[in-house]
Write a protein that binds this ligand. Structure first.
Ligand code: M6R
Length: 626
C-alpha cells in the first residue's frame, strides 16, 4: 500500500503535494517523491529514500510554482527494495512523462520485456516504471514516432489522454495511477483498478489522491473513482472516462470526516479499518499467484528450485504471537499434503535448531520482518544448514535480508498493534505455498489443485459476507462485555484460531482469555468453568464436529455461556446459547473465515471497555528486543 497525490491549481503546488504526502505517510513511508510540470516544458523531480520531511527540506528553496500540475507518492515497497531509484515518481526515456502508482501490476514482467526489446531503458526494479514507458510508447505511436513536434495544447492533451488510456488498458492487476506530461503543464490524468482513488474538487484547483486525507484541508467535495475510471483533471474541470474512452458521469459527494477519520477511512480505529480491508488484502496476496484454470500455483518471485522442494524432509516454522498462530495453521495445511511439519515459538527454538539440516526448509513468518526473536531463530537455523523462506509483509526488512527466499504477503502497512489483515495475508500465503509444494511433490494432482485454487479465490467474497454481519457480531460481543474470563476452544485447523481469538481479547481488552484444544478440556481446563463463564467454540463442518459439539455440551453442563462460530452446514448440529454464522468452506480453508468474527468480537469488547485499541498498553507494533 502506497499513497499517491496530485494537484493542479493556483496554490503553490509543492506545498499542497508535501502536505498531502504527510497526511498519506500512514500508508507507507520508506521513500517518497514529487514531480511538477514547469511551464517551459520541463519537470521538477525530487525523490528521497526516507520520510517526507527530507523531501520537504530538498524542495523548500524552490521558486513559486502556481498553476502547475504536480503528482506525489509515498512508498511502501512491493517490487524492489526501498531506495531512491525505486522511489516514485518514475519517468520515461525522454524524462518528460512521469507517473506515480499504488498497487501491483501483475503482467509487468512481459510488458517490461517487450518494452526493453523495443529500446526502452529501465532505471528501477519497480513494476510501476513499466506504466510510464508504456505511455511513452503509445504516445510515440500516436504522434508518428516522435512526440517532440510542436502542436496546439489541445492536440497535445488529446494525445496524452489517448496514450494514457491505451497504456492502462494493457495493465493487469491493481492500480491507482496518476501521470503528468511536461508538455501539458496544467493536466493530471489518473486511473483506478482495484486500488483506491479519490478526486477532490476545490475552489483553487483540483486534486487526485489515494484517500481524502491528502486534500481535506482544501476541500470536502469528492468524487470516489470506480474500477475502470480515468479522470482528466485540470484547474477548473474534472472529467471521467472509461478505459474505452467513453465519457462517464460520477457523483460529487460532500464528506463529513475530519483529517484523523479520513486516515482511518472513516472508521474509529485502524484496527477496525484493517479488519474491513481483509478481502482486499487477501486478494492482493493471492493476485497472480493462483492459476485455478491450469491447476498450478505460479509464484514467480519465489525461486525455490523444484528439486529442493521434492527432496525436503521437513518444514520447520518459526514465528511469534499472531504469526505463530499462522504457523500452526500452516503446519496443518502442509501436513494434510503429507509434508512433515513442526512449529515452534521463535523464542523457544534454540534446542530444535540444532536438529535441523540441509533437507529442512525453515519458514519464518513475520509481519514486520524485524522481530528479533524470529531473526535470531533464523540465524540459528541457518547455522545448522537449513534453508530459510521468509513470509513477511515488509519489503527489504532484516528478515528478508537474512533469508534465502521471500514470499511477500502484500497486505499494506498494518498500523493497529493487534494484527488482523497481516494474519490473513500470512494464512493466504501459506495456502499458496502449500498448494505449490504439493503440486511439485505430486500430492495434489491437476484437478485437485484446480479445485483447491478455486476455493482460495472465493475466500475474499466469503470474508465480505462475514464483515456484513458486523451489527450482529457487535451485539453478541456486547452481551459478553462484562466477562472477566474467556475460554476459546476448537480442534485441528481451528485450534490455532482459538489461540488467536484469545490473544486478540487479551491484547486489546486486557481481559484474561485462554485458547485450548477442545480435546484437552477434559484433561484439566474444564475445572475452571463456572456458571456464566463464556466459552467460545469454533464449531464448523468437519469430521470432528461431533467431538466439538460434545465439548460444548460438557461446558454447558457446567454452566458455561457458550457462543459457537458455526457455518451454514454445521449450524443445525452445533448446540449453543449464541451463534455467529459464517459461510461454509471445506475445513482446510475455514481458519481464513473463523478468525474474522473473533477479531470483531475482540474489537467490540475492547470498545465497550473504552480501551486504547490501536495502541494497547505495554505493547509495541514491532518487537525488536529479546
Ligand atoms: O511483526 P511480527 O509478525 O513478527 O510480530 C509478531 C508478534 O509480535 C505479533 O504478531 C503480535 O503478537 C501482535 N501484536 C498480535 O496481534
Amino acid at each position: 500500500m502506497c499513497g499517491i497525490t496530485g494537484y493542479v491549481g493556483s496554490r503553490q503546488t509543492d506545498d499542497v503535494l508535501i502536505e498531502g504526502l504527510c497526511r498519506l505517510e500512514y500508508r507507507g513511508y520508506d521513500s517518497c517523491g514529487i514531480a511538477l510540470a514547469q511551464k517551459n516544458g520541463k519537470l521538477y523531480l525530487n525523490r528521497v529514500s526516507g520520510r517526507v520531511q527530507l523531501l520537504k527540506n530538498q524542495v523548500k528553496e524552490r521558486p513559486p510554482q502556481h498553476g502547475m500540475a504536480g503528482i506525489g507518492h509515498t512508498r511502501w515497497a512491493t517490487h524492489g527494495a526501498p531506495s531512491e531509484e525505486n522511489a516514485h515518481p518514475h519517468t520515461d526515456c525522454t524524462g518528460e512523462l512521469v507517473v506515480v502508482h499504488n498497487g501491483i501490476i501483475e503482467n509487468y514482467p512481459g510488458l517490461k520485456e517487450n518494452l526493453i526489446d523495443s529500446g526502452h531503458s529501465f532505471r528501477s526494479e519497480t513494476d510501476t516504471e513499466t506504466i510510464v514507458h508504456l505511455i511513452e510508447a503509445e504516445l510515440k505511436k500516436i504522434c508518428g514516432g516522435s512526440f517532440r513536434k510542436k502542436a496546439p495544447a489541445e492536440t497535445l492533451e488529446r494525445n496524452f489522454f489517448e496514450a494514457f488510456r491505451r497504456a492502462v488498458s494493457k495493465l493487469e492487476g491493481s492500480f491507482a495511477v496518476s501521470a503528468i506530461w511536461s508538455r501539458c503543464p496544467e493536466l493530471i490524468i489518473s486511473a483506478r483498478m482495484h486500488s483506491p482513488l479519490v478526486i477532490g474538487k476545490g475552489k483553487d484547483g483540483n486534486f487526485s489522491a489515494s484517500d481524502v486525507s491528502a486534500f481535506l484541508k482544501y476541500t470536502k467535495q469528492v468524487y470516489f473513482a470506480e474500477d475502470g475510471d480515468i479522470a482528466v483533471i485540470k484547474k477548473d474541470s474534472i472529467l471521467f472516462y472509461d478505459f474505452k474512452g467513453n465519457t462517464l458521469e460520477r457523483k460529487l459527494t460532500e464528506i463529513e470526516w475530519d483529517a484523523a477519520m479520513a486516515e482511518k477511512g472513516g472508521y474509529d480505529h485502524f484496527m477496525l479499518k484493517e479488519i474491513h480491508e481483509q478481502p482486499a488484502a487477501v486478494e492482493n496476496t493471492l493476485r497472480g499467484r493462483t492459476m485455478p484454470m491450469d491447476g498450478d500455483f505460479v509464484i514467480r518471485e519465489l525461486g525455490i528450485p523444484s528439486y529442493f522442494i521434492k527432496s525436503l524432509e521437513q518444514i520447520q516454522f518459526v514465528a511469534c504471537g499472531t504469526a505463530n498462530h499462522a504457523a500452526l495453521v500452516g503446519c496443518r495445511i502442509f501436513g494434510s499434503f503429507g509434508i512433515p511439519c513442526f512449529a515452534e515459538f521463535a523464542s523457544e527454538f534454540s534446542d530444535r535448531a540444532k536438529m535441523l539440516n540441509g533437507k529442512t526448509l525453515v519458514i519464518a513468518i513475520s509481519q514486520s520482518g524485524e522481530t528479533l526473536d524470529t531473526i535470531i531463530a533464523v540465524r540459528e537455523a541457518r547455522a545448522a544448514g537449513a534453508k530459510i523462506l521468509a513470509v513477511t509483509n515488509t519489503v527489504g526488512s532484516t528478515l528478508t535480508r537474512e533469508s534465502d527466499y521471500t514470499l511477500y504477503t502484500r497486505c499494506g502497512p498494518e498500523i493497529g498493534v493487534a494484527s488482523t489483515k497481516a494474519f490473513l495475508g500470512q494464512l493466504a500465503s501459506l495456502y499458496i505455498l502449500a498448494g505449490h509444494f504439493a503440486v511439485i511433490r505430486g500430492t495434489l494432482d491437476d484437478s485437485q489443485a484446480e479445485e483447491y485454487a478455486a476455493e482460495l479465490v472465493k475466500l475474499p467474497r466469503h470474508i465480505e459476507k462475514i464483515l456484513a454481519d458486523e451489527k450482529n457480531i457487535r451485539k453478541t460481543a456486547e452481551t459478553f462485555s462484562k466477562s472477566e474470563h474467556f475460554l476459546f476452544i476448537s480442534r485441528r485447523f481451528n485450534y490455532p484460531i482459538a489461540l488467536e481469538g484469545a490473544l486478540k481479547i487479551k491484547e486489546i481488552s486486557y481481559v484474561h482469555a485462554e485458547g485450548y484444544a477442545a480435546g484437552e478440556m477434559k484433561h484439566g481446563p474444564i475445572a475452571i468453568i463456572y456458571p456464566g463463564m463464556p466459552v467460545i467454540a469454533i464449531a464448523v463442518s468437519s469430521e470432528n464436529l461431533e467431538l466439538v459439539n460434545g465439548n460444548m455440551a460438557e461446558s454447558k453442563a457446567r454452566g458455561a455461556d457458550v457462543l459457537a462460530i458455526v457455518d451454514e452446514k454445521s449450524a443445525a448440529i452445533a448446540k449453543a446459547a449464541h451463534y455467529i454464522k459464517i459461510p461454509y468452506v471445506p475445513e482446510i480453508f475455514s481458519p481464513m473465515l473463523t478468525v474474522i468474527p473473533l477479531q470483531m468480537f475482540a474489537y467490540y469488547i475492547a470498545l465497550s471497555k473504552g480501551c486504547d485499541i490501536d495502541k494497547p498498553r505495554n505493547l509495541a507494533k514491532s518487537v525488536t528486543v529479546r
